[in-house]
Structures are given as C-alpha cells and as structure tokens.
Write a protein that binds this ligand. Structure first.
Ligand SMILES: [Zn+2]
Length: 136
C-alpha cells in the first residue's frame, strides 16, 4: 500500500521505517557491508598513522591496535554510538592516537596503570561487546 508523503517529517519517518525494514530483510547483507565498512575505516586509520607500532616498529596488522595516546580509549569506545562513529572520530582527531602492537600497548597500559582500579585491583573496564559483525 502506498501512502502519500507530505511533509519533511513524514519523509524522514518513512526513510527510517524503510531502513529498518531493509535491514531486517537483509540482515546478513547489512552485517557484511557494515563489517567491510569498518575494515576500510580501520585500514585507513592504520595507513594514516604509519601502519606500524609507534614504539617498536612491528608491522603485522593482526597484532596492531589503535591506541589513545593519553589513555581513556575504553571510555571513548563506551561513550560512542557505534564502532563506525568511533573510528570516524579517530580520523577527525588523528594527533591523539597512535598505532601500537599488542605487546607495547599492554606494557603501556600496565606502566600507566590504565587498567587498574583505584585500589590497584584489575577492573573490568568494559563489558564484552555484542558481536555485530563477523571477524574475518
Ligand atoms: Zn610494539
């Protein structure tokens, strides 16, 4: 059934409903497209930030991580609307980030006590996120 769309608001409402319907109908396709988009964004960030560990030069992307230089990355991830939005925010503020290999990143976290609660106990900073895309 077709309905007439008169106002901008009705148009937006229709688009929202259509997108929701489309995603429902194409969940798998949507998931793959979203995952691919995330990979592209992440890959662009890696290239922009030098594509290797800023500390030791390690360059196997499988063990490279985006590090917030001043810490607080977990908080940022938690407060962002989506992984895509988070990665876009990184691109806009590149100077605040660097690439570190997993070892250097953990050593930095340990040294700066980024993962310690005030009493010195390890604190779960963030709940494991729901998987919204397939790992490759
Ligand atoms: Zn390293």
């Amino acid at each position: 059934m077709r309905r007439k769309i008169r106002t901008e608001e009705e148009k937006k409402e229709y688009q929202k409903e259509y997108i929701a319907w489309y995603q429902q109908e194409n969940i798998e396709k949507h998931r793959l497209a979203a995952a691919s988009h995330l990979r592209e964004l992440r890959s662009r960030i890696f290239e922009l930030l030098g594509d290797k560990c800023a500390n030791c030069g390690f360059s196997d992307r499988r063990a490279l991580q985006i590090d917030h230089k001043d810490g607080g990355g977990s908080k940022e991830i938690k407060s962002s609307e989506s992984p895509t939005q988070y990665l876009r925010m990184i691109i806009k503020n590149l100077s605040r980030y660097q690439i570190l290999c997993a070892n250097c990143n953990w050593i930095k976290r340990y040294t700066h006590q980024e993962m310690l609660a005030p009493r010195g106990r390890v604190k779960i900073v963030r709940e494991r996120p729901k998987r919204i895309y397939k790992e490759r």
